[in-house]
Design a binder for this molecule. Structure first.
Ligand code: 5RP
Length: 228
């Protein structure tokens, strides 16, 4: 799993706090990343203790972890999630940038389908504005065209390189990821609409007005912010 900022302890607290909101018979969207993994592990312990739930994974990583810790799985074809629990790379005013793990296409699908979306994060993810590069998943053939369009939107695009493989990161869906730096994003909703309209873009990492609750783990507590 990739390493991100924030202590493991803070991530564990955030993940466990959101997992506590899950009750019997729920279908749960299982997010991707180290903080969502803490929630999946907590759910696994609760399933061992008798909790009756099914999970909808958002990535290869979350599916494997759920299997490992014994969370039974289902699909969006079979069931609609009552709740989704997922991490974030940046949180500002309730809006998110996601996709640090290149899973944002399925994350957006599952998180948006859920009746409630709980974000789990450590406090290093909080910011005044969304100010990290926005991951944009694109069809492989579309990379040059999409890069030109992103530059026309005043972004600085970089094709995400794999770390232990030559060449680019390939997503679970067989696509590539362009990380596009827009600086501090003044109008995230407008940018989200612009990015979604680019032919060849499968999904981008701006999650606007989707979060219902944000569980922020710190060194010694969890701050739960309700946005409903
Ligand atoms: C993966 C994601 C992750 O949720 C995001 O990168 C946060 O990860 P972490 O909890 O490890 O900091 O969007 O695509």
């Amino acid at each position: 799993m990739k390493q991100t900022g924030g202590s493991d302890e803070a991530k564990r607290r955030a993940g466990e706090s959101a997992a506590d909101a899950v009750v019997d018979e729920m279908v749960v969207g299982l997010g991707t990343g180290s903080t969502a993994a803490a929630a999946i592990r907590a759910l696994g312990r609760r399933v061992d203790a008798g909790l009756d739930i099914r999970g909808v994974p958002t990535s290869y990583q979350s599916r494997q972890l759920a299997r490992e810790v014994g969370v039974p799985l289902t699909t969006l074809e079979e069931a609609t999630p009552d709740v989704a629990i997922d991490g974030a790379d940046r949180i500002a005013d309730g809006d998110l940038i996601k996709g640090g793990g290149a899973a944002h296409a399925r994350e957006k699908l599952v998180d948006a389908a859920a009746d409630r979306f709980l974000v789990v994060a450590d406090e290093t993810k909080l910011a005044a504005t969304l100010d990290v590069a926005v991951p944009v998943e694109v069809l492989p053939d579309a990379v040059p065209v999409v890069e030109d369009t992103l530059e026309a939107l005043d972004g600085v695009p970089t094709l995400r390189a794999a770390e232990r493989k030559d060449g680019p990161v390939v997503t679970d869906n067989g696509n590539l990821v362009i990380d596009c730096d827009f600086g501090a994003i003044a109008e995230p909703a407008a940018l989200s609409a612009d990015l979604a309209a680019i032919p060849g873009v499968v999904a981008h990492g701006l999650f606007i007005d989707m979060a219902d609750e944000i569980h922020v783990g710190t060194g010694d507590s969890v701050d739960v912010r309700n946005r409903e």
